[in-house]
Design a protein around this ligand. Sequence first.
Ligand code: ARG
Length: 466
Amino acid sequence: MSNRMWGGRFSSGPDEIMEEINASIGFDYRLAAQDIRASKAHVSMLGHAGIVSAEISESISTGLDQVLTEIEAGTFTFSRALEDIHMNIESRLAEIIGPDAGRLHTARSRNDQVAVDFRLWVRDAIDQVDAQIRGLQLALAEKAVTHAASVMPGFTHMQSAQPVTFGHHLLAYVEMLARDRGRFKDARRRLNECPLGAAALAGTSFPIDRHRTASELGFDRPTANSLDSVSDRDFVLETLSAASICAVHLSRFAEEIVLWVTPQFGFVRLSDRFTTGSSIMPQKRNPDAAELVRGKSGRVIGALNALMIVMKGLPLTYSKDMQEDKEGAFDAIQSLSLCLAAMTGMVRDMEADEGKMRASAGAAFSTATDLADWLVRVLGLPFRKAHHVTGSIVKAASDAGCSLEELGLAAMQAIEPRITQEVMSVLGVEQSVNSRTSYGGTSPTNVVPRAQWWISSLRASDQPGG
Ligand code: ARG
């Protein structure tokens, strides 16, 4: 039997393999709610414009409500022969209300239909991800208040560089996540135009009201060019791009957690709720959640790459290649959402070992820059000269196998005779972080107000995209 939705000019049905490669119902069933919402807006507009009668418009709308109820109740039977969610829903509508169901597709095509459905889905996904990122930011900012003065080593090249505070380190991620939210918000603003009514590609001769459907579906305006409307997938690419950058941020943090929980670092302890054991080594506590957050970033970036490649060779307008836009996006958003939830749980439960962090912060001559700065500030040395003198003092301490403080004044004066006892006051890690009061610096006097500013603004802005 030929396809009952488009089989008029066909005498036989598709090959089994044709059906398999062509069908999208296996994944686009997820667009059911959006499809029905958009169809209801469309048919209401058709009724209002007198393109279908008020009774038919009403009957189609009620029938669509029933279809949605069936889908939500799990009693709907999806058919692969009907290809996709659009035709599955329309076909069931026809069973419920009869041949008038066929009027729903007036002045519309599956090309603008899928474009509007997917925009609605992506828009909801952005709002959900935004709320989750905000939750993670809040967890980080609250932890940052607790640890505004906890000293840890700051690293460059993965080498101890200068002491920083743990709170400051956590707030770095709050800033990164804020930029992620900005990117999602930006993508949302640009996607919020309605392609419905572009029809197959050229628009329609029916007197439709695209402004009406656009506003009914919460869009800012209709899209301006019918060809662009059905061939554009920028809104998916932009969202996946924002998702990829966010996943990279989460992955970097996950990598730090994996390092921090090793016995060698021992900076933090994850709760039992976010740790797993080994089936052979009874002593193990593995940071699997963090490792999976790190690992799943690959899927998100993969989805972006895949769709970029799908799109890059497509002439205007719609080609079936574009059906490949959905699975990657569904998977990427689901993965990102899970990663955000896992990260938020890990952060909330995370306990810092302040003693270990502090001990590590003081190792490896981490206050050498403070010594060089002292030589500049007190002795008036040019920084380059001070750097050189400090390098010689570090070498002396390293040769003696001791810290800068333990090296003692006499040994320092052998290198620079003008150094006084006062230098000792800048060599401690607390003094070091307390002195970093420049705007954006690590001192607790910066970290506390910044963390509190974040907490109050995050609590105040629980709006989507806010
Ligand atoms: N399932 C299709 C998709 O996801 C819907 C659009 C089909 N359009 C068409 N002209 N065959 O892209």
